[in-house]
Design a protein around this ligand. Sequence first.
Ligand SMILES: [Zn+2]
Length: 328
Amino acid sequence: MKLHFLPANTGDSLVLEDDKNILVIDGGMPTTAAALRGIINGKNKKCTIVITHQDNDHIGGIVQFLKNRIPGEAFDFIVNMPDLHYFQSGNKVSVGDVNSLAGLLRSDDVIYPAVDGAVIEVGEFKLRIISPPRTVLNKYKSDFEELLSAERSEQQNISRKVSLAAKIVDCDIDKILNQRKPIKSDFINRTSIAMIVEANKKVMLFLGDAHPFDIDLALGKFLGKNEELQCDIVKISHHGSVHSTSSKWLERIRCRNYMISTNSAGAYDHPHAPVLGAIVRQAYLHDFSECNFFFNYERVKNAIQFVNVPYDFKVSAIFSNEIDIERL
Ligand SMILES: [Zn+2]
């Protein structure tokens, strides 16, 4: 079982593969479609596609991939809102992509709705959907126009600086990363599918671009009181944004391997150093002797510098586009 960790520009595209099944989790930007095609073609494996949410850096590659669909090819899809293509609100924030996706589906494709509590089996992969909560989806549907304009205005306000300067990660274990309260412009990310995937005794947590408030809530619902989630690997939410991870939910995770998907380009300058610091803190406090960060771009990995690492602890940044899950 391996996990392809595709270069997806500013977005996400992960492909979990075993002998019989392919599970695509997001398609990155439209330019990622060719790499997806390269993995899927000629293998004759059942292919299931998860679209965590409708932002272009997650759905764009799927739409492009489906535009070049091979005749006779059918897929299973797991999406947060199967009826989203109902909205006809222009083409900002990738609503246009959702409408394109609807036009590219075939009658023999199967669509599974994902909402917290759902369990979906894909061959040997067991997907436990922990987010989005139904309340978030319902709010999104009822207040769609208002939430969309909040996201648009936030996008206009952010600076357009592009930076690949060294990112200094302070691993001081006393530093806590606080949890931002949800705001209106977080809403599309809040609809992200977050899920635990179990396969061959391995446990993987994929968080899409989910909000820390919802991740915390989801783990609280999924785990018993004082229980922790043991994971072999976690795909950190929203490209390592400081708004999407908090020490509060990290403390409930027992894991030493983390993936951050980004090329660091664009306005957001992902990943944010305090996120990596908070992850090191939780791995240390859980008595691991090391913590590994996987990056899908070598130049992002090269930009990371760790300081104040506890003397009995090892932190590694690893560039890899293919992770052997069995060896974690
Ligand atoms: Zn994203």
